[in-house]
Write a protein that binds this ligand. Sequence first.
Ligand code: NAD
Length: 361
Amino acid sequence: MNFNIAVIPGDGIGPEIVREARKVLDKVASVYGHTFNYTEVLMGGVSIDACGVPLSDEALETAKKSDAVLLGAVGGKVGVDKWYELPPNLRPEAGLLAIRKGLGLFANLRPAYLYNELKGACPLKEEVADKGFDMIIVRELTGGLYFGARKTEEVDGVMTATDTLTYNENEIRRIAIKAFEIAMKRRKNVISVDKANVLDSSRLWKKVVTEVSKDYPEVTLSHMLVDNCAMQLVKDPAQFDVVLTENMFGDILSDEASMITGSIGMLSSASLGSGSLGLYEPSHGSAPDIAGTNKANPIATILSASMMLRYSFNLDKEADAVDNAVREVIADGIRTIDLMSDGMKLVSCTEMGDEIANRIK
Ligand code: NAD
């Protein structure tokens, strides 16, 4: 099959890690008989330098016309890079908000997986880490508290601030459908997280998610209160497969889930809209401190490319091949500097890309 991928290398380590992800995708294309056409798009600091804005209209149009977007990272060092002398809406990171909005992305997917060989980096108790975990947090991205009406005013002489948490049933239904579709590709278990004992928005959330679940009889649905979920993530993370939740709860829980994996260079992410077009990027930033040194770990970006194969192109077999190649590399003791420990083989960013590409079967 033939797919058009908009590639955004961005700033810092972005070009290095995206190059390795393309290397792996090219190997997938040759082994499985696909064609991936890449169009490079400028975003972030490099776009400010070239066009004066962090994301130009033409760049967004190119992204919109593609089948998927693969992003490295954007941004530099505050106080060092001249981009940060610009107003906030013209800084590199504004490109991220603009592309997410422009592509209509409302579902954020953050997997958290504990590799057996990297258990030493997991901050949880040994008996908890020993059980391992493999979950994906599906977070609503465009509604809730972060987008509701807000105001700060004086009420009876006292400064008072108000934020509103609003969801309508359509917003809940579309993210619930995404979560159930994802569960169908995994272990068929959805835990929907809310605060239905207190919040009206959560009660509507629970009702709509339960309705949607009727269309997915193979998937087991259960509900969990957000405070309990925060505890369960550190007590028994192995119980989670797909965690479905609203914007603010997801913001907090996805960072908690990332932390328990213990390795920032391994964390992929995806943002999806109503069609198959998605934006795929590592969870980490542009790591300006190591940019240009060929030391970055490209695995988060390579695993993001794997999510692109799975969720935008529906190429599950090919995505499995990438995930397995990463698992093999880790099991074979091959490490970039961020994961290095005694007895392991240290490789550069380029070499890590080669090692993974060579294991695509
Ligand atoms: P960061 O994630 O870039 O780096 C944090 C630390 O982790 C650094 O020490 C870095 O060297 C290390 N690190 C990150 N990714 C790594 C990798 N793949 N391999 C090895 N080590 C890695 O976070 P930060 O330092 O807070 O931010 C740096 C820049 O990135 C800022 O300009 C920030 O705004 C931007 N940022 C961009 C995105 C994005 O593009 N989506 C996300 C977060 C931060």
